[in-house]
Write a new protein. Structure first.
Length: 225
């Protein structure tokens, strides 16, 4: 099964391992090229895995369709399994920085005509091998996608919590929905880079730093060595 992984802010795998081919996003027609720090903007093709180093966000001014394009491209180029990763803020106060959360459902606050949609993702498609890491390092929960770029107010976090969300971020949902449309096997994992009510606001630099540290755990969990 041909597999691809989308890496979120600060996440890195196979650093220093030479891919068979490395294509800058700018060289792929229609590909939305984001400019967020900690995102390299290349598609690295390894024999067993394609690695997307960075993504474009709605808050950078990209449209929903543009944010969906890379997943569409993968599906139309033979990818059958997609692993989506992101950096997210922890809403659930059990979280610690660096924890991983598999996404088993989501609330879509990214798209005006589609707000508050609860996903139809099933436990089956998002199930992840949990033996790879200590079980207390892996949570499962509901991701709420917001437009950004601003982080949330405490009142917004309280509301999201009330609605059943466990983590909040600014990506992933376009990719999840596109992957579902194309019938890809999909797994999505958030790396918790800050926890509301618990850690100080880290800012983007802090998020990237926390994500870097979690990368190793993610690699192990998802068998991406
Ligand atoms: N909110 C939204 N997106 C994020 C956060 C957050 O707290 N942390 C990392 N990405």
């Amino acid at each position: 099964m041909k597999k691809a992984v989308i890496l979120g802010s600060g996440l890195s795998i196979r650093e220093g391992v030479t891919p068979l081919e490395s294509i800058p996003y700018v060289d792929i027609p229609s590909w939305p090229v984001g400019s967020v720090k900690g995102h390299k903007g290349v598609l690295d093709k390894y024999e067993d895995l394609w690695v997307l180093r960075g993504r474009a966000h709605l808050y950078e001014g990209f449209t929903w369709e543009q944010a969906c394009f890379p997943t569409k491209y993968l599906a139309e180029n033979g990818i059958e399994e997609l692993i989506i990763t992101n950096a997210a803020g922890g809403i659930n106060s059990d979280f610690e920085i660096g924890d991983l959360m598999q996404i088993t459902g989501y609330l879509n606050f990214m798209k005006p005509d589609n707000s508050c949609k609860l996903s139809r993702l099933t436990q089956e498609v998002t199930k992840i091998k949990t033996e790879a890491i200590a079980s207390d390092d892996l949570y499962s929960g509901v991701y709420v996608g917001v437009h950004g770029p601003n982080y949330e107010t405490h009142a917004e976090i309280a509301l999201f919590k009330e609605m059943g969300a466990h983590a909040v971020g600014m990506s992933t949902i376009p990719e999840l929905e596109t992957a579902n449309e194309y019938g890809l096997k999909v797994k999505a994992v958030s790396v918790i880079t800050n926890v509301y009510g618990k850690t100080l606001d880290l800012g983007h630099e802090g998020v990237v730093e926390a994500a870097k540290k979690a990368s190793q755990k993610l690699v192990k969990l998802l068998d991406l060595e």
